[in-house]
Write a new protein. Sequence first.
Lengths: 122, 181
Amino acid sequence: MRAKDFLCSVRGLQGAVRKDGNNVLILLNKWRLAMKMILSTIVGTLLLAGAATASEKCRVPMTDWQPREALQTKLEGEGWKVRSIRSEDGCYEAYALNAKGEKVEAYFDPKTFVAVDMKSED
Amino acid sequence: MQTLATVKVWDPLVRIFHWGLVGSFAVAFLTAEDIRDVHEVAGYVAGGLIATRLVMGFAGSPYARFRQFLRSPVEVVSYLRSMIRHRDRRYIGHNPLGGLMVMVLILAMGGIALTGWLQTTDAYWGVEWVEELHEALANLMLGAVAVHLCGVVFESIRHNENLVAAMISGRKRAPAPGDVV
């Protein structure tokens, strides 16, 4: 190999390394951007979903709401010990001990008193 | 290079307690509305830290003991006055106002943990006044933390020392004449 060729190949190598270095940086930046977009999309979707479910658990016009005493009477008739009833997500939300003595947090449609959601802890 | 002599003030347990409480309260606060499991774990951690701190208040290292930093109302007021007149002395441990704040924060956090746990029991499940007390105490805690931070910044500037760093390293500048040891 002649000295000139050697030098050329070394320069070529240096150039390639420099280029690759830049490429790696560009890739890194692209990766960061992509992660940002993915994360913000996930967070945004979750927030939207949360907001949607939060507001859509029950949808009943205020005029159709039965009084909460009626719900309390109904639940007590089923053997529940009602601790509190509030309005939450458009529903009535009752905290109670059910007939089996389990702690329950239950959501009821304020018009029909159909249970929409129920969480219980022993 | 100037080297300043320092003294050990906050033992490791005090520091773990402090930053552990910061973390657990922050997590509990952020998860209060919708991540109940995490909220409860954070609450138990905070409650455990408070219980430990109460024991340390009687049997811990010198500057952790309540007797070292709890002052009479008269002393607190006179310290406040000296502060206004810019004649407050530097305390190696908690100053009288700082000591009062420590107690307020411990009691508020203890009350929050207690009322939070009560809501998981059969007896107080869904009982509204417990929930309201829990939230009111949490708001009190939030306000107290804000005042606490103001106090830390004020004292750090006033006595030209980084009190946040002191709560990390446990060390403070050695007492000078006139400082309260």
